[in-house]
Design a protein around this ligand. Structure first.
Ligand SMILES: Cc1cc2nc3c(=O)[nH]c(=O)nc-3n(C[C@H](O)[C@H](O)[C@H](O)COP(=O)(O)OP(=O)(O)OC[C@H]3O[C@@H](n4cnc5c(N)ncnc54)[C@H](O)[C@@H]3O)c2cc1C
Length: 311
């Protein structure tokens, strides 16, 4: 109950323009500023520097040039050019070639065909350099469209393109089976959006139970699934199930967010598991940041403390 309230509260604040303006001015201003804990910085150079640190600690990375819900074709075009520039800079930097992006960042709310075209432009360059591109999953209004775009591009031969499924949605187990049938790669998450009870589990226990069921389906029949969670219970269940079916540590990976449970990331690496860290960066960090606060109200306290310290 508290969980749902906190999620709704912070997701509500995420659409406040004055708050966004204020936060954007101060959030990343100094190395100690409050948003630095979860956002690598505003520039690609900041993200690449963070990626080098993560890779040096024995983990993989996925870079996310933050942005979502753009309202004009110009913004979608700018985001596409940003992703293309990111691909080139990652190649030049020689770090791991793995990027996550969102379809509403590429214009899905403005024009479906343009968003697909934009993604195809990115894939043309990314495929040439053997990148893996993960399409993040947004709110349930986009689930069908996102999966159908993935399906179309997969059918066109883009085999380094993965999707995300959310255990909070009741439909996701069926979606997992459909993606598995095609041989696609899934990142399993609980889901960061507030969804109606007609289509989504509301209680944490139900979301967790669905997560475990989906994890088992993906580990047993999927292609190199990513189990993306900071929840020790989900991680323990995954390790246990992999052991039971004799699945090697190289057949799946754990994924976590930059700045979240770094202790757990390190201990999984020490135990020989693969871990990938999702590294968000860029100027459009506010909605992402608010989702992180909604997941864990203690983070809001942490942010308040850093603001007070800085003044
Ligand atoms: C790599 C990655 C990619 C993701 N991509 C997507 C996506 O495409 N679409 C989508 O809807 N969601 C995505 N998410 C977010 C996901 O849906 C959850 O909202 C988020 O991971 C929190 O759920 P949890 O599994 O960690 O478990 P929870 O039950 O929320 O948390 C379990 C424990 O983890 C720790 N924890 C969780 N979140 C935080 C936090 N923000 N700060 C500090 N500690 C925390 C706490 O100790 C908490 O008690 C992604 C998550 C990861 C790790």
């Amino acid at each position: 109950m508290l969980n749902a309230l906190s999620k709704a509260f912070f997701l509500g604040l995420a659409s406040s323009r004055p708050l966004k303006r204020l936060a954007s001015r101060y959030g990343l201003r100094k190395p100690t500023s409050f948003a630095r804990r979860f956002i690598a910085g505003e520039t690609t150079a900041d993200a690449i520097a963070a990626a080098r640190v993560v890779q040096a600690a024995g983990m993989g990375i996925s870079l996310d040039l933050l942005g979502e819900s753009v309202l004009t074709l110009d913004e979608a075009d700018a985001a596409t050019r940003g992703c293309l520039a990111l691909v080139r800079e990652v190649v030049d930097a020689g770090i791991e070639r793995n990027v996550s992006l969102k379809l509403t960042q590429l214009g899905l709310d403005v024009d479906h065909a343009t968003a697909v075209d934009n993604l195809r432009k990115i894939l043309a360059l990314a495929d040439a350099h053997e990148f893996f591109i993960r399409i993040d999953m947004e709110g349930s209004a986009y689930t069908d469209e996102t999966l159908s775009i993935w399906q179309t591009l997969w059918g066109l031969g883009h085999r380094r393109l993965g999707v995300v499924l959310q255990s909070a949605l009741k439909r996701s187990e069926d979606d997992a089976r459909r993606v598995i049938e095609q041989g696609g790669r899934v990142r399993l998450v609980k889901g960061a959006y507030k969804e109606p009870k007609t289509i989504a589990w509301q209680a944490k226990a139900d979301v967790d139970a669905a997560f475990v069921r989906m994890m088992q389906i993906l580990l047993k029949d999927g292609t190199y699934p990513a189990i993306a969670t900071h929840d020790p219970a989900m991680i323990a269940a995954t390790k246990e199930y992999a052991r039971t079916i004799g699945l090697g540590h190289d057949r799946f990976e754990f994924q976590m967010l930059y700045g979240v449970r770094r202790d757990l990331q390190a201990s999984l690496v020490a135990d020989g598991y693969r871990v990938r860290v999702y590294i968000p960066f860029g100027r459009e960090w506010f909605p992402y940041f608010m989702r992180r606060l909604g997941e864990r109200p203690a983070n809001a306290l942490f942010v308040l403390k850093s603001i007070v310290r800085e003044r």
